[in-house]
Design a protein around this ligand. Structure first.
Ligand code: TRP
Length: 341
């Protein structure tokens, strides 16, 4: 019996942080055995906003760190397939074939793309407009059934679903329509209280931070700005330290006790933060151990190389099925096969 499939991944732009953990990593770990799992290092997607030579040079280290972070977080490299997007040429071909099944105005309505252009301080590149279609090619090239992603990517998975349905409707059944798996906390606030934890905003706690770094970041966290002393009643709702306690502290009784006392003005920020530091380091300690185990020269590269070959084979089959369904048969097939020699 073949298992249903999961596909997800990230752009190689930096290390993974707690926002990734609650947004998608936890789901990846949860489903990795139940599904045949694929994780993409989406370097072509990175180019849509970062394409300077130095960005590309850094992406090798970033991709390496990302894979290592995933393994540290509990992804089992002996069962999942990691692969490099730009090494699977068929993804580009699938991307091209999908481009005619959606419209410019559909893509222009996606807010996350406008946000990405704005954050990068650039006018919308052609490639960025096509971002969700390229993402659909990633997902459909392995004919994935589920896609666990954070909030920013939800609308892209919706485009994938539309494209799969449209392809199937026009040419015949080739693709499963993949299901979106939403994160436990789809968007995690930053340590500074801004809506979103992100490396570029400098408000992230990374999975690879040391215990001291975690302590430092938590101690300087934004809390209730109206609470000037520990004996003043404070607000728990929307308060980042309590959002984090809810997300990362498994000791529910401790969290409830801290909330009660915070509301009454009988606990100081220092204690709330000290307990949060302990909780986060409790989550990250086993990750630190696993990272050390796999952080050996060549290990990540070998994983990516093996996985890339697997996905190339899968993608070739998908592309062939698409061509077949679309009616590229007979003479077209013969010419294409000759050209590939
Ligand atoms: N868009 C994802 C990000 O924000 C990366 C990505 C590329 C992806 N292709 C994917 C995620 C396919 C899930 C499925 O970094």
């Amino acid at each position: 019996m073949t298992k249903p499939r999961m596909l997800t991944g990230d752009r190689p732009t930096g290390k993974l942080h707690l926002g990734h953990w609650v947004g998608t990593l936890k789901n990846r770990v949860r489903y990795q055995h139940q599904y045949q799992s694929f994780f993409i290092v989406a370097d072509l997607h990175m180019l849509t906003t970062k394409n300077r030579p130095e960005d590309i040079r850094e992406s090798a280290q970033n991709g390496h760190d990302m894979v290592l972070d995933s393994i540290a977080a509990g992804i089992d490299p002996s069962v999942v397939t990691f692969y490099l997007q730009s090494a699977v040429h068929e993804i580009n071909e699938i991307y091209t074939l999908l481009q005619n099944l959606t419209t410019v105005s559909r893509l222009e309505r996606i807010p996350s793309l406008k946000d990405m252009a704005r954050n990068a301080n650039i006018e919308m590149p052609f490639g960025l407009l096509g971002y969700p279609v390229l993402q659909a090619a990633d997902i459909l090239c392995v004919r994935a059934n589920i896609v666990p992603v954070g909030k920013d990517n939800e609308s892209h998975v919706e485009v994938t679903r539309e494209l799969a349905r449209r392809f199937n409707g026009i040419y015949g059944e080739v693709f499963p329509v993949p299901e979106l798996i939403q994160g436990e906390v789809p968007t995690l606030v930053g340590t500074d209280g801004q809506a979103k934890m992100s490396k570029s905003l400098g408000n992230a706690i990374f999975l690879s931070d040391t215990p001291r770094e975690v302590e430092r970041k938590v101690s300087s966290m934004y809390t209730d700005p109206n609470r000037i002393r520990a004996d003043v009643p404070g607000t728990v709702e929307g308060n980042p330290v309590f959002i984090y306690h809810d997300a990362f502290n498994p000791n529910r009784a401790e969290v409830e006790d801290l909330k009660d006392r915070y509301r009454l003005g009988t606990v100081g920020d220092v204690e709330v933060k000290r307990k949060l530091t302990i909780a986060i380091n409790g989550l990250l300690d086993p990750m630190r151990e696993r990272r050390a185990q796999y952080d050996q020269p060549g290990v990540v590269e070998e994983l990516l190389w093996n996985g890339t070959q697997v996905v190339r084979e899968e993608s070739k089959q998908t592309l062939q099925a698409m061509h077949q369904a679309m009616g590229f048969t007979g003479v077209w097939n013969r010419i294409r096969r000759k050209a590939e020699k």
